[in-house]
Design a protein around this ligand. Structure first.
Ligand SMILES: *Cc1c(COP(=O)(O)O)cnc(C)c1O
Length: 417
């Protein structure tokens, strides 16, 4: 099994492990499989979610140096449930039972355990630098905390992250250090870039969301969930996916390409509309992001669009396979209220985008809304709509109650070392 860059289809190919360690392809493109494998004959739902995900991942590591370690990596990384919630006959896939209560835990944890194994084999150490304005840093810090051969430096802008997010960034010790930068998110990103360019510093890496090691697990839970759905209802489901950088949804397209029982994939975006505009006009224009209530989806230039373009290279085939709708902040608020009034079920602003799309745009009887985060992470928005407090779930509680240990620094990358 080999991987190529989205930008140079005929250039050399590399293994999954090499792609995981490299992150970005040398030409600036994203790694994609040279061709899609089929779901293995041995795939089974009887041994739990993590095992099904392991089976879905196996062919992607065919001949790879990690193939013998993959079972252990999956058991460790996917150590939490992946349940469906059913309300009035409609299903929601809850991807928020990991340690930071959002779907990014799947990718970040798989990447951390994979990198740990690869570094162990090489007897090398790596320092991961992450600039974050919110969620990604917490998922990465949590996933890499306690992993051997790896340390993490998390940079976030002072006074610009929500209090609950701040707690998830700063409640760490050991191999994770957080830096509260006296500056903006752009300063944090610049500091990371400058550190990477400083040739006197070595063994630096990133845990960027475009890393193949973060994308593959997102493919795996769609193979699992679509198979569960089909086993339960005897039907293929339409998946409605809250999307920003389009990594989660790309996982669904890869699962479908392997033969997973997925009828259609529908992307729910917030007011950032590069994708819906492309579907309408045929010309793709990345742009600056705008702020919305579903802030983890505030992306104006989604990096994974390159992976979708490699699947569907021209506008016609893109339109035939990709369906996307844009949801306003008013619709997000209204949907959180409506769902709560209908059934008492509480959803986060990102999930609300997908639920709105399901209610207004998906005719099919069989649909699954993908829930990307626990609503307690966005309590300031959600509680206003439902008129009551949301309890902090057990998975988030521990980190929210650890001692805060951020180092305050001026916006100069040399303060990190
Ligand atoms: C990151 C994130 C998204 C968007 O996922 P993409 O893969 O970037 O499309 C949606 N919801 C939540 C809660 C997220 O953290």
């Amino acid at each position: 099994m080999r991987y190529i860059s989205t930008r140079a289809a005929n250039e050399e190919s590399i293994t999954a492990s090499e792609a995981i360690l490299k992150g970005l392809a040398p030409d600036g493109g994203l790694f994609i499989p040279q061709s899609f494998p089929r779901i293995p004959e041995t795939f089974t739902l009887t041994k739990g979610a993590w095992y099904a995900m392991y089976q879905a991942l196996l062919p992607y590591f065919d001949g790879d140096e990690l193939s013998d370690d993959l079972e252990e990596i999956c058991r460790n990384a996917f150590s939490f449930p992946v349940p469906f919630h059913t309300e009035h006959g409609k299903d929601t896939l809850e991807l928020y039972f990991g340690p930071t209560a959002a779907f990014k835990d799947f990718g970040a944890r798989f990447l951390a355990f994979s990198m740990e194994k690869l570094l162990e084999k090489r007897n090398e150490d790596l320092t991961i630098l992450v600039a974050t304005s919110g969620d990604t840093g917490g998922a990465v810090a949590s996933a890499f905390h306690g992993r051997n051969h790896l340390s993490v430096k998390v940079l976030f802008p002072k006074g610009r992250v929500a209090e609950r997010q701040r707690m998830q960034l700063t409640g760490w010790d050991g191999n994770v250090t957080s830096y509260e930068v006296d500056g903006t998110f752009d300063d944090c990103q610049r500091m990371v870039k400058e550190a990477f360019m400083d040739t006197s510093l070595s063994n630096l890496s990133s845990a960027n969301s475009i890393n193949l090691g973060r994308l593959l697990p997102q493919m795996a839970y769609y193979v699992y969930a679509s198979s569960m759905y089909e086993a339960k209802y005897g039907e293929e489901a339409v998946f409605v996916i809250p999307s920003g950088n389009i990594g989660n949804a790309t996982g669904a397209y890869w699962a479908k390409a392997m033969g997973a029982p997925i009828k259609r994939i529908v992307l729910a975006c917030n007011a950032n509309k590069p994708l819906t505009d492309y579907l309408e006009s045929g010309s793709y224009e990345p742009r600056a992001s705008i702020k919305t209530l579903a802030n983890a989806m505030d992306v104006g230039a989604p990096s994974n669009i390159e992976r979708l373009f490699s699947l569907f290279p021209d506008w016609q085939s893109f339109k035939a396979n990709v369906e996307a709708y844009s949801i306003s902040d008013d619709e997000i608020r209204r949907t959180i209220r409506e769902v709560y009034e209908d059934s008492g079920y509480v959803i986060c602003p990102h999930t609300a985008c997908a639920e709105r799309v399901r209610r207004d745009r998906v005719e099919d009887e069989h649909s699954v809304v993908v829930s990307t985060a626990h609503p307690a992470k966005f309590n300031d928005i959600v509680e206003k709509e439902i008129g009551r407090e949301i309890a902090i779930p057990a998975n988030l509680y521990e980190i929210m109650h650890s001692e805060s240990r951020a180092k305050s620094i001026a916006p100069d990358y040399r303060n990190l070392f």
